[in-house]
Design a protein around this ligand. Sequence first.
Ligand code: ZN
Length: 222
Amino acid sequence: MVSNMILEKTSVPARGLFLSIAASFMSGQLAWAAPEGMLKTAPANPQKATAAAGEKAKAQSEPEKTLSEAEKKSALAALKSLHLRTPIEGFDLQRIKGAFYEKRGEEIHHAADLLAERNTPVFAVADGKIAKLFLSKAGGITIYQFDPSERFVFYYAHLEKYAEGLAEGKSIKRGELIGYVGTSGNAPKNTPHLHFSVGVMDQSKKWWQAIEVDPFEVLTDK
Ligand SMILES: [Zn+2]
């Protein structure tokens, strides 16, 4: 989430900086071709996008929270017990190894980018409910999903569209179709991918302030 925000902020006014970001991507899983104008696409709903930017900016101004070793260990154990499935059928999870720690501009990615063809189905990684359907300038068409305990939040971004009938508050099952891979938000238009993250929330359940853990450590390929 944070990385998307950085791309959004830096790439429009500072093309040179954007190119350096693009170069840093080249060394990782996702090679950016940086087509002209790819970041100029207007959000479908500018009002919502503005609200999103505000909320994220507020979150950024607070000191970054981290998990203690004990909290992280506990979270990873609980997440593993959920047997999170890959959100894209048949995706080779080795391809996202290390992606969590890649740099996106000044920030660490803290997510995985699953490259797939446009309109590839995206499946819920666990049972739970749709906490928020959110349209943001950076993430585009996004889904925030809670697990049944509402301790964790799964974030799916750059979608082409939602699955039919998806709505906030809806209970969903692991493996249920929730959306389709796309390039909404600031994803390169010729590189459709799912930006996916796993966040640990505190009691407040503020899904936009969750602390991410590496999806590679908790996703399973079944
Ligand atoms: Zn990403």
